[in-house]
Design a protein around this ligand. Structure first.
Ligand SMILES: [Zn+2]
Ligand SMILES: [Zn+2]
Length: 552
């Protein structure tokens, strides 16, 4: 391995996996990072709340000068607070993304001087250490998204960020192909481009097309309408609000993440809500059913979300009545299908009806489909191409697309996270890969440093709790919940503490409805939350809690 490579790109996440995007761009001994995101766990990650990329390789990738965040989605900025725990770096982000990041940085690193440098959401030049950077606005599914070009001695490296070519987005910010075409005259060494929809032919439909469908689905509903979508999709929130206005209904917003994005949407002038449209959640009950639309969080079936609670009749302010309608205006992210289906089942069991993307254009993707990806390739005319942001099949499809656009095979590079692609005199070669991996975090409020040994250390310090809950079968013959403790220094660990924990679980599960008992996701989530609180209060510790549900 040469001591000082000419120009190199090193993805530490996001290639061959969905989420935790992180790309290192190096020139000599200088480096910058584009995006530093996280991945959401699925059911098989017992007890894990967040997954971060292993950042240890950063120590050997030269002098870091900053992080450029392309936009505000979690898979692009979610791991920045952990990165800044070990590296003191400026963070370049658009105002919308900065507004998401700033409170989290304050929460995790209270003493830190604000590292955020706000970028113009309309694009333009900026400097990150020795690097000249040009940014371009792109359309996507959250406001203020950028594509970024980084100058190196070998030419410009363009990172697409997440993008699509919506011709008439609600905020009027289109991906400016003309500006990109002009820029390309400077010479693009490599394009690293979003592969999410590389397997989807044609163009992604414009966001605007969802509006009329939403409106007619709201209009025809006899009772209240609940709409769930991704909380950060301010454009969708806007269309739900506009549909509510046209259908003569009021709008309530339920769930912290929705409230946060509505607030940001208003702040940046992206959510023109007419006065008197919004009503507080606790006022919904007093309104006639045919005059209400409620936005609820939980489009991915998250067991502790407002929607899941509503579906199980566990919500504090709202309940689902027969005749109410749920509109699922979102994609089913792979891995979440079962959890989403369980929520749908609960809704229908309560007498509600369900409308989702299978019965009309109630959701469009935020990512470019094949024709749009091809257009970007033809516009930028890069010497080299690297598909990024996708699982293996998506990267492979994007590779094929680049070849069909006329790029020679030896200039299309299918990398995986950890690979190093080096550019030297116009030629590209693969270097020795760096270690990459997943770091599991349980508890977002935890202020401990990220570390590959993180969970093991927690078990060493605070112990491990395994909770076994039996479901199914005859109630009288079903065994009581069982709790196993390991590595507890607490004096009561063998006797009273264990008995109390068991007692807590018994009370908790006795209170479950049949539906809750049959929903593994809810069971696990509830058991974990309960035991976490219990051990925190009783011992001051935060053991790793592993809920196990056994079919009896
Ligand atoms: Zn995104
Ligand atoms: Zn993304």
């Amino acid at each position: 391995v040469p001591a000082s490579p000419a120009v190199e790109i090193v993805p530490l996440g996001g290639l061959g996996e969905f989420g935790m995007n992180l790309m290192v761009v190096r020139s000599g001994d200088d480096a910058l990072i584009v995006d530093c995101g996280l991945m959401f766990p699925s059911a098989e990650h017992l007890g894990v709340e967040l997954i971060l990329p292993d950042l240890s390789a950063l120590d050997r990738l030269g002098t870091l000068h900053g992080v450029l965040v392309t936009h505000g989605h979690e898979d692009h900025l979610g791991a920045v607070p952990w990165l800044l725990t070990h590296h003191s770096l400026p963070v370049f982000a658009t105002p919308y993304a900065a507004s998401i990041l700033r409170p989290r940085l304050k929460g995790r690193l209270p003493g830190l001087v604000d590292p955020l440098v706000e970028l113009n959401p309309s694009g333009g030049p900026c400097r990150i250490g020795p690097f000249a950077v040009e940014t371009f606005p792109v359309s996507h599914s959250i406001p203020h998204c950028l594509m970024a070009a980084i100058e190196t001695p070998e030419g410009w490296i363009v990172h697409s960020g997440d993008f699509k070519l919506d011709p008439e987005p609600l905020d009027g910010v289109t991906t400016d192909l003309e500006a990109l075409r002009t820029f390309a005259e400077r010479g693009v060494l490599a394009l690293l481009s979003d592969s999410t929809n590389a397997e989807v032919p044609g163009f992604t439909p414009p966001e605007r097309r969802v509006g009329p469908e939403l409106e007619s689905r709201i209009r025809e509903a006899p009772g209240r309408v609940f709409v769930t979508t991704f909380a950060s999709n301010v454009y969708r929130i806007r269309q739900v609000a506009e549909a509510a206005v046209r259908a003569g209904r009021k709008l309530a917003v339920v769930g912290r993440s929705f409230e946060r994005h509505v607030e940001l949407g208003l702040k940046y002038g992206l959510l023109p809500l007419p006065a008197g449209l919004r009503v507080p959640v606790d006022a919904v009950g007093a309104l006639p059913a045919s005059e209400v639309v409620v936005l609820v969080t939980g489009s991915q079936g998250e067991p502790n979300s407002a929607l899941a609670r509503l579906a199980l009749d566990r919500h504090r302010d709202l309940s689902l009545e027969p005749g109410d309608r749920l509109i699922h205006s979102a994609r089913r992210i792979p891995g979440n299908e079962k959890a989403i289906q369980r929520v749908f089942n609960h809704v229908v069991t309560r007498g509600g009806t369900l409308v989702d993307a299978r019965s009309g254009l109630l959701h469009v993707s935020g990512h470019a489909s094949r024709e749009e990806q091809a257009l970007l390739l033809r516009t930028l005319r890069p010497k080299h191409f690297v598909p990024i942001h996708g699982e293996a099949t998506q990267l492979a499809a994007h590779e094929d697309l680049a070849l069909s656009c006329g790029l020679p095979r030896d200039r299309v590079h299918r990398l995986r996270s950890g690979d190093r692609l080096r550019f030297d005199g116009g030629r590209a070669t693969l270097g020795e890969p760096v270690p990459v991996g997943h770091v599991f975090i349980d508890g977002t409020t935890d202020t401990l440093a990220w570390d590959a040994l993180r969970d093991r250390r927690r078990v060493a310090d605070d112990g491990l709790v395994v909770a076994v809950v039996s479901v199914g079968g005859d109630r009288r013959r079903r065994p009581d919940p069982e709790v196993l403790l390991r590595g507890f220094a607490h004096e009561d660990a063998d006797g009273p503490l264990l008995d109390e924990a068991r007692e807590r679980l018994l009370e908790l599960t006795a209170d479950f409805s049949r539906e809750e008992r049959e929903d593994e996701g809810v069971l696990r989530g509830r058991v974990q939350q309960e035991l976490k609180r219990f051990f925190r209060r009783r011992t001051g510790k935060r053991p790793l809690i592993v809920p196990v549900v056994v079919e009896f």
